[in-house]
Design a protein around this ligand. Structure first.
Ligand code: DC
Length: 224
């Protein structure tokens, strides 16, 4: 079974999808992390990427062809590697966030990652995929599709708390502006823009606790 959950930054997708996947015994596929990994490799990764002075489009070609970037499923989670190096926290910096939004516009990046996402899904009996196009493009035949969102203030506060926990102090207004810019970039790009699938369930998580959102999603999943 495939559950595809899309929505903008700060809607609470990652938190609830992890718990939902765990509850159902499904694989949790964080497709945003895959875009972040390509961005990291192009901007700051090894192999001279970002440091060898080559233009960004050449570095991107090198990254996509090098086969150093690998994705796998381990313990029902997505593992991301550059060669032997496991990528985790380096994908969560504000720089990686900005670069991921930028490179996710490029059709060659999307094609590369969509192939990986479908391959990973074939290996799993159940999967909870989250991103911007998982219900519209990657898994159009997903049994359950949900578009998760929340109002701007709620989303900004959630991001503020996440950054605060990591010791990064951004002000709320700054985060709101970054979120709005990212929403615009993600939903107005030409290739696979973020949009709600016609057959998706719309769920506004403003004012709902994590538990309440997970419960609602579990109820929806039980119908299948
Ligand atoms: O969900 P996230 O913040 O980790 O995503 C990082 C960026 O990747 C985001 O700006 C949009 C892009 N993305 C995408 O274009 N398609 C996806 N399926 C997932 C993420």
């Amino acid at each position: 079974m495939i559950i595809a959950i899309d929505g903008p930054a700060g809607a609470g997708k990652s938190t609830v999808c992890k718990i939902l996947a765990n509850r159902l015994g499904f694989v949790y596929l964080d497709t945003g992390a895959m875009y972040r990994a390509v961005a990291w490799a192009v901007e700051t990764g090894p192999m001279g990427c970002g440091k060898n002075g080559a233009p960004a489009d050449l570095r991107l070609r090198e990254v996509l062809l090098a086969r150093e970037l690998r994705f796998c499923v381990e313990n029902d989670r997505l593992g991301i590697f550059w060669g032997e190096k496991r990528l985790t926290e380096e994908l969560r910096t504000p720089e990686a966030t900005e670069a991921a939004s930028r490179i996710s516009r490029l059709p060659e990046v999307r094609q590369f990652l969509v192939e990986w996402q479908r391959r990973l899904a074939r290996e799993a009996s159940g999967i909870v995929a989250e991103g911007r196009d998982t219900a519209t493009v990657v898994f159009p035949d997903a049994e359950l599709k949900v578009f998760l969102t929340a109002d701007l203030k709620t989303r900004a506060k959630r991001r503020f708390d996440q950054y605060f926990e990591k010791g990064e102090k951004l002000c709320l207004e700054e985060i709101e502006a970054l979120i709005l810019a990212r929403d615009a970039a993600d939903s107005k790009r030409a290739h696979s823009p973020m949009r709600m699938a016609e057959d998706a369930v719309f769920l506004d998580t403003s004012g709902l606790s994590v538990q309440e959102v997970v419960d609602r999603l579990s109820q929806m999943a039980k119908r299948f």
